[in-house]
Design a protein. Structure first.
Length: 374
């Protein structure tokens, strides 16, 4: 069995592909896994680290805003689109995969289009509530379309009924409970806030969380762990020092949260972005949240993601244009000391979870594989 994945550009497209690949490999150690991605993005590092064969194809997105610089970029993107299709076709003929699975990003477009032309079975996995442009373009001809959230179906033209699979989630998140996590962190039963903005950080989230931390500093009512990201660590520590905030076990500022499974399990309230994988993890762990969707992502898909939990009663949303320390304090203070409200939000989050997402995706792929042998 040879499964080829195509996707990349961001961790949101790469990590689902790797999670699915790992799940297949656990069940079929002899399976061959290949990956086509862009040569200069994150996948070119992460895929080889996992031990999977990586084949680069250069692609670029088209710029919608007209300017001299963007016209030049679009000419480059058009050139790459032509060469990408030729290279994809040649690679597919050489590799001869049984199935091609696209997880989003520009690179999955030419690979899945050429695979369909060659008669190779294709599947798409869309992580977001509002599907990306590549998914929209490919979904009409794909043999199987898998959606993390049912809301995405209304934006797509499909030849077959989609499979609602959820997003593949790291299995370690379900292996630790709140009591064990609290013990590892050395925390008692006081409420805990966990906040973060991503691996590189998010300046506006860091600034608002500075105000939130300064607000509850010295009260000893809450624990608070905040991940600044690579760029924001030193500035935030300096700012909090200026505000006379004493960093301690109760208030921890970290550049990166290496034990996210422990911190997530221990927390009572999460403040974060609204990436699809993150929201799947919040639902699986039953965590109430204040979501601050990134306004810098394609088609504002994080806002659509966040609304799925908001409508379910599992989250509050603050759009970045409205984000201030005062606004964050107002919402967080109403939630963190309201245990019945947090418990209700937790129950709502759990109802949104699809804990067997990995298995569902695996079953769809195996169904396609079986069809290739008939």
């Amino acid at each position: 069995m040879h499964i080829l994945f195509a996707g990349g550009g961001t961790a949101g497209h790469i990590n689902p592909a790797l999670a699915i690949a790992d799940y297949i490999k656990e069940r079929h150690p002899d399976a061959k896994i290949s990956y086509i991605g862009t040569p200069d993005k994150l996948e070119s590092k992460l895929v080889p680290e996992k031990g999977y064969d990586f084949y680069p194809i250069a692609v670029a997105g088209f710029q919608r805003k007209i300017s001299a610089k963007n016209i030049k970029r679009n000419i480059d993107a058009l050139t790459k689109a032509v060469t990408a299709s030729v290279k994809a076709r040649n690679l597919l003929k050489e590799l001869k995969p049984d199935i091609v699975v696209g997880t989003g990003g520009y690179v999955s477009g030419p690979v899945l289009r050429e695979a369909a032309k060659l008669g190779i079975k294709t599947a798409i996995h869309e992580q977001n509530a509002f599907p990306g442009i590549t998914t929209k373009m490919l979904s009409a001809n794909a043999d199987a379309v898998m959606l993390a959230m049912s809301e995405a179906e209304k934006y797509l033209k499909l030849k077959n009924k989609p499979y609602i699979t959820g997003n593949p989630i790291r299995t370690e998140l379900s292996k630790i409970n709140k009591e064990e996590a609290r013990k590892k962190l050395g925390f008692d039963d006081r409420p805990m806030i966990l906040s973060f903005g991503g691996s590189l950080g998010a300046r506006h989230i860091n600034e608002a969380c500075e105000e939130l931390i300064a607000w509850h500093n010295g009260t000893n009512k809450f624990y608070h762990i905040h991940g600044t990201g690579k760029i924001g660590y030193e500035p935030m520590c300096d700012h909090l020092k200026e505000k006379n905030v004493n960093l301690s076990k109760e208030i921890q500022i970290r550049e990166y949260i290496n034990d996210m499974d422990v911190c997530l399990a221990a927390a009572d309230l999460i403040i974060c972005r609204a990436g699809a994988i993150t929201l799947g993890e919040l639902a699986l762990c039953g965590k109430p949240s204040i979501l601050i969707p990134s306004p810098f992502v394609a088609e504002n898909h994080q806002f659509h993601n966040a609304m799925t939990l908001k409508r379910a009663g599992a989250a509050e949303i603050i759009e970045e244009k409205d984000l201030t320390g005062e606004k964050l304090i107002e919402i967080a203070s109403k939630l963190i000391e309201n245990k019945p409200k947090l418990e209700k939000m937790s129950d709502s989050a759990k109802k949104c979870a699809i804990p067997d997402a990995n298995e569902r995706i695996y079953n769809v792929i195996m169904k396609l594989y079986t069809a290739t042998k008939l």
